[in-house]
Ligand binder design. Structure first.
Ligand code: ADP
Ligand code: MG
Length: 278
C-alpha cells in the first residue's frame, strides 16, 4: 500500500502539490487523471525520490520514503516509468534491466555517467530475460536501447520498472505516443500485472484505456485531489468534467487532447532518434 500523507510540494512560489492525502491500495489498478499541470507527475517523482516533498510523508507498506535516496526507494519496492523515456541508450536492453537489479551501492546516475555496463549475476540475467519474455520482447535483449523504436523503448521501460518485483508500480503516461495496436498490447500487459500484492498507479489521458483497465480513478486538479471513485462514477461526475474544460460534457475533450499529444510525442520521438537521443 502506497500512502501520501498531507504532502505538499512547492517550486518557488508555485504550489504544485497542495496538501494531498491519498491511499493507493494493493491489488487494484488506480488511474490518476487530470489536466496538464495538475501535479500527477510530481506525485510520482516525489514517491520515487526524484523530487523531495516540501512537507508531508510518503509511505510504502508503512515505511517512510520521503527522505530516502532514489535507489533505496527502488529497493524498498517502488518501480516507475517516466513520462519521457529514460533508458541508458548506450546499454543493451538486457543491461538496462540488469542495472536495475545491481545491489545499489552505486547510484544509477553514476553508472550512467560512466557508461558503466553492469556485470550482473547469472541470476539477475535470468530474471531480466524472464521479464523481457513476459512482455514479448525477449528478441530485443541484446539490442542497444537507444536504437529501438519508440514503442519498443516504452516496453523496455515497463520491463525495467517491474524487474525488481516492486510492491508499487507507477506508470506515468505509458501509452503516450503509442499507436492503437501498441496501446492494446500495453493494456494486456498492465492487466497481466494485476496481483494482490501489487499497487498499480496508471497516469493516463487515454480515457478508453483508463476505463477498460482501472478499478478506481483519482482525479487531480491544480495540485489537489478533486475526486475519487469507480470509473463510471468519475466519468459522469460533473465537477470532473468541468475541471477539464470548465464545462459539463468535456470528458471527450480529454481523448481529443490525448490524440493530439500522441502525434506530438511520436514526432518528438522520431526527431530524437534521428539525433541519437532518447
Ligand atoms: P502533470 O504531470 O499533471 O501534467 P506536473 O506534475 O508535471 O503536472 O506539474 C505540476 C506543476 O508543477 C506544474 O505547475 C509544473 O509547472 C510544476 N513543476 C513540475 N516539475 C517542476 C520542476 N522540476 N520545476 C518547476 N516546476 C515544476
Ligand atoms: Mg505529467
Amino acid at each position: 500500500m502506497l500512502v501520501f500523507d498531507h504532502v505538499i510540494k512547492r517550486f518557488g512560489a508555485n504550489t504544485a502539490i497542495d496538501d494531498v492525502s491519498l491511499t493507493i491500495r494493493a491489488g487494484v489498478i488506480t488511474a490518476v487523471i487530470g489536466p496538464n499541470g495538475a501535479g500527477k507527475s510530481t506525485l510520482v517523482n516525489m514517491a520515487a525520490g526524484s523530487y523531495r516533498a516540501t512537507s508531508g510523508r510518503i509511505l510504502l507498506d508503512g515505511a517512510e520514503l520521503q527522505t530516502l535516496p532514489k535507489y533505496r526507494i527502488a529497493r524498498a519496492g517502488l518501480g516507475r516509468t517516466y513520462q519521457n523515456i529514460r533508458l541508458f541508450d548506450g546499454l543493451t536492453v538486457l543491461q538496462n534491466l540488469e542495472v536495475a537489479l545491481v545491489p545499489q551501492s552505486l547510484p544509477l546516475l553514476i553508472a550512467e555517467a560512466f557508461w558503466l555496463a553492469p556485470r550482473g549475476s547469472a541470476e539477475a540475467r535470468e530474471t531480466s530475460r524472464a521479464v523481457l519474455a513476459r512482455l514479448g520482447i525477449a528478441h530485443l535483449a541484446d539490442r542497444q536501447a537507444g536504437s529501438l523504436a519508440y514503442g519498443q523503448q516504452k516496453l523496455v521501460e515497463l520491463a525495467r520498472a517491474i524487474v525488481g518485483r516492486p510492491r508499487a508500480l507507477l506508470l506515468d503516461e505509458p501509452a503516450a505516443g503509442l499507436n492503437h495496436g501498441e496501446t492494446d498490447e500495453l493494456k494486456a500487459h498492465i492487466q497481466s500485472l494485476r496481483s494482490p500484492e501489487l499497487a498499480i498507479v496508471l497516469i493516463e489521458h487515454d480515457m478508453k484505456l483508463i476505463m477498460s483497465v482501472s478499478d478506481e480513478i483519482t482525479v487531480m486538479n491544480r495540485g489537489a485531489v478533486l475526486a475519487q471513485g469507480a470509473p463510471e462514477a468519475i466519468r459522469d461526475n460533473r465537477q470532473v468534467q468541468e475541471a477539464y474544460l470548465g464545462q459539463p460534457g468535456a470528458m471527450g475533450a480529454i481523448e481529443t487532447a490525448a490524440r493530439g499529444r500522441r502525434n506530438r510525442v511520436r514526432l518528438r520521438a522520431s526527431e530524437g532518434l534521428a539525433w541519437g537521443q532518447s
